[in-house]
Design a protein around this ligand. Structure first.
Ligand code: SF4
Length: 727
């Protein structure tokens, strides 16, 4: 074999590189000369990841005109530049063959491409007809909440005169927000970096990714902070981050929290000064929790009495740099009959710890003060004079529900004929709302259903009359969005690449053009850029600053110690007058879950995995490969229960409930409570056009009955039991 020396290696490398670039250089000198004149082929753009609600700032790198890779932006004060696998894999979908590129209309034999003009004309004709015959109350908008649709979707509904703008909140975090709003006046964020003790109730921040948590918590742990995971499952997050696992019975977190409040008051472990200065309702709380002893809680939760008492004492000893984490969907987002009062109990414990706006506690960081369109130049649509049809905020129905509505109720209302037309923006209720049959058959009753998205979904395939293709978020500018942090910022999704499908359009353009076709163009007489300039005006910034430099500081640094609470009393409401006014218990009291598993049944609990977001990433080639390689679709069952049922690890089982059954792979583990099975979220796709994830795993939503909780009106997604047998 001919030996390669340094000279021949350089020569070969030069030729190889030249060949790769399509040009042949006859000497290294010529190549060096040419290379020095070649403009850098890698460019970068600043944008925001759209793959989940965290909205992490990202940098999109482009090489030779094509999106090359995505990384986190270290200038994002909330995340510090951390992004997750879904954020990295986001790039894979831009050039994906499954993207939607042209408007589609459902015909008897499937979808047919149509022009935008035809789509606007037919949709607006139908809407006008519905407005004439049924009024604006018969139309709704439903979205996976995003800053751009929060503006355009809500304004479009207002322009039509409809009160029915909704987001996904009632199947996600609604109970948490209602509970915190009526106790603390808002939702604080953990000061992870400086905490000494943190308790997660069901939340798994490294699975259902919380990038800001993963930025701060490891720093606190290095300084000796203790992390406790209260969860029926030892999640991957708890396994890697927690010092202690409290393997609680599912649905009984409220009992644990009531016992903790009892112990804190009885043993004088709370912050007396904070309570006397900044709270109302202490005596009501004290009387209500006097019965909730550690022994009582041990009987309900299945936790050792010693552990219940010890953990709260440890937490109190670390106050105010200690907190119970506010969660997201977690164990009490929209899961149980007792979830709203569970959220109130968590907010109350934090107040008793005196940790609000204290180092290492829970903080109400400030956001940017953004401007808005000048209404003297750009006419705003009036507020709808009608009441919401889903009953959110309506006396006698769900008066305390969030203003973003109860989207899980919409299919039933469509079936009753109360809705005639619906818009679905970047949301997939056919897969993400409990009871597939209820959802699909309800929505099929609509006279007009319009899906706006950049990829297919179950809702698009099984419900939509029209599908309007949205351009990919990396192909267009977005709306200015605030980042709440100790140093508040603003950021903006900005265009990184030329559109791969020029036929797709941004939501701002779609809504504006549809409004024009409806004759409501006067409410949309501005461009997105005008809106962004108006929003940035008070900050003396322009969109170009965010496009060229990424996130920008938007106000002075926030500091510890503020004690203003946006409640009716201006204080922390340990007892809520508003709850009492509407017939709900003013202090949290024990209420068991609505459904208890009987012998041979298991309660379904669910949660995210680091590589999937709901159903929206189920067709991402990289993420689905990870899921398949690691059998992410497997449900978890306790080893002892599996032995009793003769189920082996890795085998298939049949899960059944409500006359419905499905087969799925099973993971047998000590890491789950014997009463529960864990069903990972995002699987069980029944959209045949999402080929990669089609029919991979199961969805808990096929087993969850349609129901609503009384206070915040959420969907009670863990009030469901199933049976399991060997396949
Ligand atoms: S957590 Fe992951 S998916 Fe969510 S916005 Fe951040 S990078 Fe994207």
């Amino acid at each position: 074999m001919k030996k390669m020396n340094r000279r021949s290696f350089i020569k070969l490398s030069t030729v190889a590189m030249a060949a790769a670039s399509g040009t042949v250089y006859t000497s290294k000198a010529k190549w060096t000369e040419a290379a020095s004149k070649t403009p850098p082929s890698i460019t970068r753009s600043f944008s925001v990841c759209n793959s989940c609600g965290n909205r992490c700032n990202i940098i999109a790198f482009k090489r030779q005109g094509r999106l090359w890779r995505i990384s986190g932006n270290p200038r994002d004060n909330k995340t510090g530049g951390k992004i997750c696998a879904r954020g990295h894999a986001y790039a894979a979908m831009v050039y994906d063959r499954y993207r939607l590129g042209t408007p589609l209309k459902r015909m008897s034999n499937g979808f047919e491409p149509i022009s935008w003009e035809q789509a606007y004309e037919e949709i607006s004709d139908k809407l006008k007809d519905i407005l004439r015959k049924n009024g604006p109350e018969a139309i709704f908008w439903s979205e996976y909440s995003k800053p751009i649709s929060n503006f355009y979707g809500a304004r479009f509904m207002a322009a039509l005169g409809s009160p029915n703008w909704t987001t996904h909140a009632s199947t996600c975090f609604a109970a948490r927000n209602v509970g915190f709003n009526h106790t603390l006046g808002g939702l604080p964020t953990g000061d992870y970096e400086n905490t000494k003790y943190v308790v997660f109730i069901g939340r798994a921040p490294a699975d259902g990714i919380g990038t800001s948590i993963l930025k701060g918590l490891p720093m606190a742990k290095q300084k000796g902070a203790k992390v406790v995971a209260v969860d029926p499952r030892l999640s991957y997050s708890a396994n890697s981050l927690a010092n202690e696992w409290m393997a609680i019975r599912p649905g009984t977190d409220l009992a644990l929290l009531l016992a903790w409040i009892h112990i804190m008051i009885k043993e004088n472990l709370y912050d007396r000064e904070f309570v006397s200065k900044h709270t109302v309702g202490f005596s009501d709380l004290e009387a209500a929790v006097s019965q909730y002893t550690p022994a009582w809680a041990a009987g309900i939760t299945g936790l050792p009495e010693e552990q219940i008492s010890r953990v709260v004492k440890e937490m109190a000893a670390a106050k105010p740099a200690a907190f119970v984490e506010p969660g997201w969907h977690a164990a009490y987002g929209s899961n149980y009959r007792n979830s709203t009062q569970t959220a109130r109990a968590i907010a109350i414990i934090n107040a008793l710890l005196g940790n609000l706006n204290q180092p290492g506690g829970l903080c109400f960081y400030s956001g940017a003060n953004l401007g808005s369109l000048d209404s003297s130049r750009h006419q705003a649509p009036p507020n709808s004079p009608y009441k919401r049809v889903d009953g959110a905020g309506v006396a006698g129905k769900y008066p305390l529900a969030l203003g973003s509505g109860l989207h899980h109720l919409l299919p039933g209302l469509a079936k009753e004929g109360k809705f005639k037309a619906g818009f679905f923006y970047s949301i997939n209720p056919a897969r993400t709302v409990p009871d597939r049959e209820y959802v699909v058959s309800g929505y099929k009753n609509l006279e007009l259903s319009v899906v706006i998205d950049w990829q297919f979904s179950e809702t698009a395939e099984h419900v939509a009359d029209y599908i309007l293709p949205e351009s990919h978020p990396l192909e267009r500018d977005g709306i200015v969005e605030p980042i709440s942090a100790r140093m508040p910022q603003v950021s903006m999704q900005s265009k990184a690449i030329e559109p791969v499908h020029p036929g797709a359009r941004g939501l701002d353009r779609i809504v504006t053009e549809l409004a024009q076709a409806m004759g409501f163009g006067r409410y949309f007489d501005f461009k997105l850029d005008d809106l962004n300039k108006a929003m940035l005006f008070p900050l003396k910034l322009f969109p170009v600053h965010l496009q060229q430099r990424g996130p920008q500081v938007a106000g002075g640094a926030w500091d510890y110690g503020q004690t203003m609470f946006r409640t009716p009393s201006g204080k922390v409401e340990l007892a809520s007058g508003t709850f009492a006014e509407h017939g709900f218990s003013k202090v949290p009291i024990w209420e068991s879950p609505l459904i208890e598993p009987s012998s041979g049944e298991f309660r379904i609990i669910h949660g995210h995995q680091a590589y999937l977001t709901h159903s929206q990433t189920i067709n991402n080639p990289y993420l689905v490969s990870i899921a398949k390689d690691y059998h992410g679709e497997a449900i978890w069952i306790n080893s002892k229960k599996a032995r009793e049922l003769g189920i082996a690890d890795g085998s298939d089982v049949i899960v059944s409930a409500k006359g419905y059954e499905n087969k799925v792979r099973c993971k047998v583990t000590e890491r789950i409570h014997p009463e529960a099975i864990f069903v990972p979220a995002g699987y069980g796709s029944f959209a045949s056009k999402l080929e990669r994830g089609f029919e991979l795993g199961i969805s808990m939503n096929d087993f969850v009955p349609h129901a609503s909780e009384d206070i915040s009106g959420h969907a009670m997604m863990q009030e469901a039991v199933v049976s399991i047998r060997k396949a």
